[in-house]
Design a protein around this ligand. Structure first.
Ligand code: ZN
Length: 247
């Protein structure tokens, strides 16, 4: 039996399957990950420009990077991997997606239940007076964009040096404890606290299916079934095996 069919059967027989996704799933949508040699992160060191203390010290400087990221995200479109996960949810095969990405591409592909571990860029807020702004209502012509109170506003992403929002943290942890199948896609899941999720799921008896171009720290330790190929390719093949099974 092919590994795609094994994966399809696991999905069809699972009580509650969830997906954990990271930067790797969006690379095919033109969004570079931190390791990419080209693109945004070759010009801006993410550990510096992505840190909340840099933003507080010099919002104008960090906003130069954020506005480029904003443009890149506006241009990006969901790829076959995002669409396949949305289709799995529609078919009742997948309960939810936990993503470490801030690009909203899961929702744009049609996924409805998405836990955004690191926030998103659809809205912005002021850290002084807590006022919220929709992204389309904020002009980036002059940087940084300012709140009515005079303070620089920021996207609702989680910067380095900030905590994951409680709600996302608790819901993701619960989902990892309750699932019996976890798809790990485009992430090496090495950064805590997301790193605990596959381990927690495994401890509770879940089957771990991993799709990553290169092997990760999970692959030879806790992964049950590994696909070393682009996520869109694996997920589409698994989905078509599901359709075959259902015939
Ligand atoms: Zn304010």
């Amino acid at each position: 039996m092919s590994n795609y069919r094994i994966a399809a059967e696991r999905l069809l027989n699972s009580r509650r399957a969830i997906a954990l996704t990271g930067a790797g799933i969006s690379v095919e949508s033109g969004i570079p990950d931190f390791r990419s040699v080209n693109g945004l992160w070759s010009r801006y060191d993410p550990t510096e420009f992505g840190h909340i203390s840099s933003f507080r010290e010099s919002p104008a400087r960090v906003w130069k990077m954020l506005s480029e990221m904003d443009e890149m995200l506006l241009r990006a479109v969901p790829n076959p991997a995002h669409f396949a996960l949305a289709e799995m949810e529609k078919r009742g095969l997948l309960s939810l997606v936990i993503t470490q990405n801030v690009d909203s591409l899961h929702q744009r592909a049609g996924s409805r239940d998405v836990i955004e571990y690191h926030g998103h860029t659809r809205s912005l807020r002021c850290d002084r007076c807590r006022k919220k702004f929709q992204r389309d209502h904020v002009s980036l012509d002059i940087l940084p964009p300012l709140c009515d109170c005079g303070y620089a506003i920021r996207p609702e992403i989680v910067f380095f040096g900030e905590e994951i929002p409680d709600e996302a943290l608790v819901n993701a942890y619960k989902a990892a404890c309750d699932c019996d199948l976890m798809l790990i896609i485009g992430t090496s899941a090495v950064v805590a606290p997301a790193a605990y999720l596959p381990r927690r799921a495994k401890e509770r008896g879940a089957f771990l299916l991993e799709i990553n171009l290169a092997a990760t720290g999970l692959t030879n330790k806790i992964t049950d079934l590994y696909f070393a190929e682009p996520a869109g390719k694996s997920l589409r093949a698994i989905l078509s095996a599901v359709v075959d099974e259902e015939k």
